[in-house]
Design a protein around this ligand. Structure first.
Ligand code: PHE
Length: 348
Protein backbone atom coordinates (compact mmCIF):
# COMPACT_ATOMS: atom_id res chain seq x y z
CA UNK A 1 0.00 0.00 0.00
CA UNK A 2 1.30 3.45 -0.90
CA UNK A 3 1.97 5.91 1.90
CA UNK A 4 -0.84 8.09 0.61
CA UNK A 5 -3.32 5.19 0.81
CA UNK A 6 -2.03 4.37 4.25
CA UNK A 7 -2.70 7.98 5.30
CA UNK A 8 -6.21 7.91 3.72
CA UNK A 9 -7.03 4.78 5.69
CA UNK A 10 -5.68 6.38 8.86
CA UNK A 11 -7.90 9.39 8.33
CA UNK A 12 -11.03 7.34 7.66
CA UNK A 13 -10.35 4.97 10.52
CA UNK A 14 -9.59 7.88 12.88
CA UNK A 15 -12.79 9.73 11.93
CA UNK A 16 -14.82 6.54 12.38
CA UNK A 17 -13.26 5.83 15.78
CA UNK A 18 -13.93 9.43 16.88
CA UNK A 19 -17.65 9.00 16.30
CA UNK A 20 -17.75 6.19 18.86
CA UNK A 21 -16.00 8.21 21.57
CA UNK A 22 -18.24 9.34 24.39
CA UNK A 23 -16.03 10.63 27.15
CA UNK A 24 -13.10 12.96 27.57
CA UNK A 25 -10.61 10.34 28.79
CA UNK A 26 -11.19 8.07 25.79
CA UNK A 27 -10.93 11.08 23.48
CA UNK A 28 -7.58 11.96 24.94
CA UNK A 29 -6.34 8.37 24.49
CA UNK A 30 -7.40 8.42 20.87
CA UNK A 31 -5.70 11.76 20.25
CA UNK A 32 -2.44 10.46 21.69
CA UNK A 33 -2.64 7.24 19.71
CA UNK A 34 -3.37 9.04 16.41
CA UNK A 35 -1.31 12.21 16.62
CA UNK A 36 1.23 11.49 19.37
CA UNK A 37 4.96 11.02 18.85
CA UNK A 38 4.55 7.26 18.65
CA UNK A 39 1.47 7.45 16.47
CA UNK A 40 1.07 6.31 12.81
CA UNK A 41 1.23 9.78 11.26
CA UNK A 42 4.56 10.51 12.90
CA UNK A 43 5.70 7.15 11.65
CA UNK A 44 4.64 7.97 8.04
CA UNK A 45 6.37 11.32 8.19
CA UNK A 46 9.54 9.65 9.43
CA UNK A 47 9.44 7.19 6.54
CA UNK A 48 9.37 9.94 3.93
CA UNK A 49 13.15 9.85 3.54
CA UNK A 50 12.68 6.79 1.34
CA UNK A 51 10.44 8.67 -1.12
CA UNK A 52 11.48 10.26 -4.38
CA UNK A 53 11.98 14.02 -4.59
CA UNK A 54 8.68 14.46 -6.54
CA UNK A 55 6.64 12.29 -4.19
CA UNK A 56 7.98 13.80 -0.96
CA UNK A 57 6.16 17.23 -1.02
CA UNK A 58 2.90 15.63 -2.19
CA UNK A 59 2.89 12.99 0.56
CA UNK A 60 4.21 15.53 3.05
CA UNK A 61 1.45 18.04 2.43
CA UNK A 62 -1.16 15.24 2.41
CA UNK A 63 0.16 13.98 5.75
CA UNK A 64 -0.15 17.49 7.19
CA UNK A 65 -3.68 17.71 5.81
CA UNK A 66 -4.62 14.39 7.43
CA UNK A 67 -3.13 15.52 10.72
CA UNK A 68 -4.97 18.86 10.57
CA UNK A 69 -8.28 17.19 9.70
CA UNK A 70 -7.94 14.71 12.53
CA UNK A 71 -6.95 17.50 14.93
CA UNK A 72 -9.98 19.57 13.87
CA UNK A 73 -12.30 16.60 14.23
CA UNK A 74 -10.88 15.87 17.70
CA UNK A 75 -11.37 19.51 18.69
CA UNK A 76 -14.98 19.43 17.47
CA UNK A 77 -15.65 16.23 19.37
CA UNK A 78 -14.09 17.72 22.48
CA UNK A 79 -16.32 20.78 22.24
CA UNK A 80 -19.40 18.61 21.82
CA UNK A 81 -18.43 16.44 24.81
CA UNK A 82 -17.76 19.54 26.95
CA UNK A 83 -21.11 21.02 26.03
CA UNK A 84 -22.87 17.74 26.80
CA UNK A 85 -21.10 17.49 30.14
CA UNK A 86 -22.10 21.04 31.10
CA UNK A 87 -25.69 20.43 30.04
CA UNK A 88 -25.78 17.29 32.18
CA UNK A 89 -24.34 19.16 35.14
CA UNK A 90 -26.83 22.00 34.81
CA UNK A 91 -29.65 19.50 34.68
CA UNK A 92 -28.43 17.52 37.70
CA UNK A 93 -27.66 20.56 39.85
CA UNK A 94 -30.75 22.47 38.92
CA UNK A 95 -32.19 24.57 41.77
CA UNK A 96 -35.83 25.50 41.85
CA UNK A 97 -35.65 29.06 43.06
CA UNK A 98 -39.43 29.23 43.23
CA UNK A 99 -39.62 26.64 46.05
CA UNK A 100 -40.66 28.21 49.37
CA UNK A 101 -37.72 28.76 51.77
CA UNK A 102 -37.34 27.17 55.20
CA UNK A 103 -38.58 29.74 57.69
CA UNK A 104 -36.12 30.57 60.47
CA UNK A 105 -37.93 31.42 63.67
CA UNK A 106 -36.57 34.41 65.50
CA UNK A 107 -36.71 34.83 69.24
CA UNK A 108 -37.52 38.03 71.02
CA UNK A 109 -37.03 39.47 74.47
CA UNK A 110 -39.38 38.13 77.14
CA UNK A 111 -42.14 40.59 77.99
CA UNK A 112 -40.69 41.12 81.50
CA UNK A 113 -37.27 41.79 79.97
CA UNK A 114 -38.87 44.32 77.62
CA UNK A 115 -40.21 46.23 80.63
CA UNK A 116 -36.80 46.03 82.35
CA UNK A 117 -35.08 47.25 79.16
CA UNK A 118 -37.45 50.20 79.00
CA UNK A 119 -36.74 51.07 82.65
CA UNK A 120 -32.98 50.73 82.09
CA UNK A 121 -33.14 53.10 79.11
CA UNK A 122 -35.11 55.63 81.12
CA UNK A 123 -32.78 55.57 84.12
CA UNK A 124 -29.56 55.39 82.12
CA UNK A 125 -30.77 58.55 80.39
CA UNK A 126 -30.95 60.23 83.81
CA UNK A 127 -27.37 59.27 84.69
CA UNK A 128 -28.12 56.20 86.82
CA UNK A 129 -25.91 53.11 86.65
CA UNK A 130 -27.40 49.67 86.17
CA UNK A 131 -25.99 47.15 88.67
CA UNK A 132 -26.70 43.45 89.02
CA UNK A 133 -25.99 41.25 92.00
CA UNK A 134 -26.17 37.66 93.21
CA UNK A 135 -29.48 35.80 93.50
CA UNK A 136 -27.89 33.49 96.06
CA UNK A 137 -27.25 36.12 98.68
CA UNK A 138 -25.91 36.48 102.19
CA UNK A 139 -28.38 36.97 105.04
CA UNK A 140 -26.18 39.92 105.99
CA UNK A 141 -26.98 41.87 102.81
CA UNK A 142 -30.54 40.66 102.26
CA UNK A 143 -31.67 41.34 105.83
CA UNK A 144 -29.16 42.54 108.41
CA UNK A 145 -27.75 45.47 106.48
CA UNK A 146 -31.31 46.33 105.49
CA UNK A 147 -32.02 47.00 109.16
CA UNK A 148 -33.56 43.57 109.74
CA UNK A 149 -31.58 41.80 112.48
CA UNK A 150 -32.07 38.04 112.96
CA UNK A 151 -35.00 38.33 115.40
CA UNK A 152 -36.82 41.13 113.60
CA UNK A 153 -40.55 40.38 113.22
CA UNK A 154 -40.66 42.03 109.77
CA UNK A 155 -38.60 39.12 108.42
CA UNK A 156 -41.91 37.27 108.32
CA UNK A 157 -43.08 39.69 105.60
CA UNK A 158 -40.80 37.84 103.20
CA UNK A 159 -40.91 34.04 103.52
CA UNK A 160 -37.42 32.96 102.66
CA UNK A 161 -35.75 30.02 100.95
CA UNK A 162 -32.69 29.43 103.15
CA UNK A 163 -29.70 27.49 101.85
CA UNK A 164 -27.76 27.65 105.13
CA UNK A 165 -28.30 29.84 108.18
CA UNK A 166 -26.32 32.59 106.49
CA UNK A 167 -27.02 32.00 102.79
CA UNK A 168 -30.41 32.39 101.13
CA UNK A 169 -32.18 33.05 97.86
CA UNK A 170 -32.59 36.81 97.94
CA UNK A 171 -36.16 37.84 98.75
CA UNK A 172 -35.71 41.33 97.32
CA UNK A 173 -33.25 43.36 95.27
CA UNK A 174 -32.73 45.71 98.26
CA UNK A 175 -29.42 44.02 99.23
CA UNK A 176 -28.04 45.80 96.17
CA UNK A 177 -28.54 49.08 98.06
CA UNK A 178 -25.98 47.96 100.64
CA UNK A 179 -23.63 46.50 98.04
CA UNK A 180 -23.76 49.70 95.96
CA UNK A 181 -23.24 52.04 98.92
CA UNK A 182 -20.31 50.02 100.27
CA UNK A 183 -18.51 50.34 96.93
CA UNK A 184 -19.40 53.92 96.05
CA UNK A 185 -16.87 56.71 96.44
CA UNK A 186 -19.02 59.67 97.48
CA UNK A 187 -16.20 62.14 96.89
CA UNK A 188 -16.84 61.47 93.18
CA UNK A 189 -20.49 62.55 93.34
CA UNK A 190 -23.92 61.13 94.16
CA UNK A 191 -24.86 57.46 93.94
CA UNK A 192 -27.65 56.84 91.45
CA UNK A 193 -28.36 53.26 90.52
CA UNK A 194 -31.04 50.79 89.56
CA UNK A 195 -30.65 47.05 89.96
CA UNK A 196 -32.98 44.70 88.08
CA UNK A 197 -33.13 41.00 88.88
CA UNK A 198 -35.00 37.93 90.02
CA UNK A 199 -36.05 37.41 93.65
CA UNK A 200 -37.52 34.39 95.44
CA UNK A 201 -40.12 33.87 98.15
CA UNK A 202 -41.57 30.80 99.77
CA UNK A 203 -45.05 31.61 98.44
CA UNK A 204 -47.60 29.22 97.01
CA UNK A 205 -48.03 30.04 93.34
CA UNK A 206 -51.44 31.45 92.41
CA UNK A 207 -52.66 34.09 89.93
CA UNK A 208 -51.02 36.92 91.86
CA UNK A 209 -48.11 35.12 93.56
CA UNK A 210 -45.07 33.40 92.17
CA UNK A 211 -42.19 31.93 94.17
CA UNK A 212 -39.94 33.64 91.64
CA UNK A 213 -40.50 37.15 90.29
CA UNK A 214 -38.63 40.29 89.30
CA UNK A 215 -37.78 43.51 91.04
CA UNK A 216 -36.02 46.67 89.96
CA UNK A 217 -34.38 48.35 92.91
CA UNK A 218 -33.62 52.04 92.72
CA UNK A 219 -31.36 54.11 94.95
CA UNK A 220 -30.25 57.74 94.96
CA UNK A 221 -27.92 59.00 97.71
CA UNK A 222 -26.64 62.54 97.78
CA UNK A 223 -26.64 65.62 99.96
CA UNK A 224 -30.05 67.20 99.56
CA UNK A 225 -32.43 64.53 98.34
CA UNK A 226 -36.06 64.89 99.40
CA UNK A 227 -39.24 62.93 99.06
CA UNK A 228 -40.27 65.30 96.25
CA UNK A 229 -37.37 63.90 94.22
CA UNK A 230 -38.73 60.41 94.84
CA UNK A 231 -42.23 61.37 93.76
CA UNK A 232 -41.01 63.18 90.63
CA UNK A 233 -38.92 60.15 89.66
CA UNK A 234 -41.82 57.76 90.13
CA UNK A 235 -44.11 60.02 88.09
CA UNK A 236 -41.62 59.93 85.28
CA UNK A 237 -41.63 56.12 85.37
CA UNK A 238 -45.44 56.05 85.27
CA UNK A 239 -45.54 58.43 82.32
CA UNK A 240 -42.84 56.53 80.45
CA UNK A 241 -44.33 53.06 80.95
CA UNK A 242 -48.05 53.77 80.84
CA UNK A 243 -48.60 57.27 79.45
CA UNK A 244 -48.84 60.92 80.51
CA UNK A 245 -52.35 60.69 81.94
CA UNK A 246 -51.14 58.36 84.71
CA UNK A 247 -50.53 59.94 88.10
CA UNK A 248 -48.70 58.70 91.16
CA UNK A 249 -49.97 58.75 94.74
CA UNK A 250 -47.89 57.97 97.80
CA UNK A 251 -49.43 56.28 100.85
CA UNK A 252 -47.73 55.79 104.21
CA UNK A 253 -46.38 52.30 104.71
CA UNK A 254 -43.70 50.41 106.56
CA UNK A 255 -40.38 48.93 105.48
CA UNK A 256 -37.56 48.42 107.99
CA UNK A 257 -35.00 49.98 105.63
CA UNK A 258 -36.82 53.23 104.82
CA UNK A 259 -38.15 55.98 107.05
CA UNK A 260 -40.61 57.32 106.16
CA UNK A 261 -41.85 54.48 103.97
CA UNK A 262 -44.49 54.70 101.30
CA UNK A 263 -46.41 52.56 98.96
CA UNK A 264 -46.88 54.11 95.52
CA UNK A 265 -50.08 53.80 93.55
CA UNK A 266 -50.71 54.77 89.95
CA UNK A 267 -53.97 55.74 88.30
CA UNK A 268 -56.03 52.65 87.50
CA UNK A 269 -55.42 51.81 83.84
CA UNK A 270 -58.82 50.15 83.57
CA UNK A 271 -61.10 53.02 84.65
CA UNK A 272 -58.75 56.01 84.39
CA UNK A 273 -59.19 56.66 88.11
CA UNK A 274 -62.98 56.59 88.22
CA UNK A 275 -63.14 53.37 90.25
CA UNK A 276 -63.80 49.84 89.02
CA UNK A 277 -63.45 46.21 90.05
CA UNK A 278 -59.75 46.06 89.06
CA UNK A 279 -58.84 48.88 91.51
CA UNK A 280 -61.45 47.86 94.07
CA UNK A 281 -63.28 51.15 93.44
CA UNK A 282 -60.34 53.27 94.64
CA UNK A 283 -59.19 54.53 91.24
CA UNK A 284 -55.60 53.58 92.18
CA UNK A 285 -53.39 50.52 91.81
CA UNK A 286 -50.46 49.75 94.08
CA UNK A 287 -47.27 49.26 92.11
CA UNK A 288 -44.25 49.62 94.36
CA UNK A 289 -42.69 50.20 97.75
CA UNK A 290 -40.35 53.10 98.43
CA UNK A 291 -39.11 55.54 101.02
CA UNK A 292 -36.25 57.61 102.36
CA UNK A 293 -33.27 55.40 103.18
CA UNK A 294 -33.12 54.64 106.94
CA UNK A 295 -30.11 56.17 108.77
CA UNK A 296 -29.21 52.70 110.11
CA UNK A 297 -28.92 51.37 106.56
CA UNK A 298 -26.63 54.26 105.61
CA UNK A 299 -24.49 53.74 108.72
CA UNK A 300 -24.09 50.00 108.22
CA UNK A 301 -22.94 50.60 104.64
CA UNK A 302 -20.37 53.14 105.82
CA UNK A 303 -22.24 56.29 104.75
CA UNK A 304 -22.59 59.22 107.19
CA UNK A 305 -26.34 59.81 107.71
CA UNK A 306 -25.67 63.35 108.98
CA UNK A 307 -24.27 64.32 105.59
CA UNK A 308 -25.94 62.01 103.10
CA UNK A 309 -29.41 60.71 102.52
CA UNK A 310 -31.69 59.69 99.74
CA UNK A 311 -34.55 57.59 98.47
CA UNK A 312 -34.98 53.99 97.46
CA UNK A 313 -37.71 52.15 95.65
CA UNK A 314 -38.45 48.58 94.66
CA UNK A 315 -40.73 48.06 91.70
CA UNK A 316 -42.17 44.90 90.22
CA UNK A 317 -41.85 44.56 86.45
CA UNK A 318 -44.15 41.50 86.59
CA UNK A 319 -46.87 43.66 88.07
CA UNK A 320 -46.18 46.40 85.52
CA UNK A 321 -46.49 43.90 82.68
CA UNK A 322 -49.73 42.49 84.12
CA UNK A 323 -51.22 45.97 84.35
CA UNK A 324 -49.94 47.17 81.01
CA UNK A 325 -51.12 44.15 79.02
CA UNK A 326 -54.08 43.02 81.11
CA UNK A 327 -52.47 39.69 82.05
CA UNK A 328 -54.49 38.20 84.90
CA UNK A 329 -52.18 35.38 86.00
CA UNK A 330 -48.52 36.02 86.90
CA UNK A 331 -47.68 32.34 86.34
CA UNK A 332 -47.99 32.88 82.58
CA UNK A 333 -44.68 34.73 82.64
CA UNK A 334 -42.86 31.64 83.90
CA UNK A 335 -44.47 28.82 81.93
CA UNK A 336 -42.49 29.46 78.71
CA UNK A 337 -45.54 28.87 76.54
CA UNK A 338 -44.61 30.48 73.22
CA UNK A 339 -48.28 31.02 72.36
CA UNK A 340 -48.43 33.39 75.32
CA UNK A 341 -44.98 34.92 74.83
CA UNK A 342 -45.41 35.53 71.08
CA UNK A 343 -48.14 38.05 71.83
CA UNK A 344 -45.40 40.34 73.08
CA UNK A 345 -43.11 39.86 70.12
CA UNK A 346 -41.43 43.02 68.88
CA UNK A 347 -41.35 41.80 65.29
CA UNK A 348 -44.28 44.07 64.51
N1 PHE B 1 -37.73 45.55 99.02
C1 PHE B 1 -39.09 45.95 99.24
C2 PHE B 1 -40.00 44.73 98.97
O1 PHE B 1 -39.55 43.81 98.34
C3 PHE B 1 -39.51 47.10 98.37
C4 PHE B 1 -38.80 48.36 98.69
C5 PHE B 1 -37.61 48.70 98.10
C6 PHE B 1 -39.30 49.25 99.63
C7 PHE B 1 -36.95 49.86 98.41
C8 PHE B 1 -38.69 50.40 99.97
C9 PHE B 1 -37.51 50.70 99.35
O2 PHE B 1 -41.11 44.70 99.39
Amino acid sequence: MSLKDELSDLLNQGLADLKKINDQAALNDLRVSLLGKKGPITKVLRGMGALSAEERPVVGSFANEVRDQLQAAIDDRKKALDAAKLARQLEEEKIDVTLPGKPTTRGNAHVIQQIIDQLEDLFLGMGYQVLTGPEVEEDRYNFEMMNLPKDHPARDMQDTFYITNEILMRTQTSPMQARAMEKHDFSQGPLKMISPGVVYRRDTDDPTHSHQFHQVEGLVIDKHITMADLKGTLELVAHELFGDRFNVRLRPSYFPFTEPSVEADITCFNCDGKGCSVCKCTGWIEVLGAGMVHPNVLKMAGVDPDVYGGFAFGMGPDRFAMLKYGVDDIRNFYLDDVRFLNQFSMKG
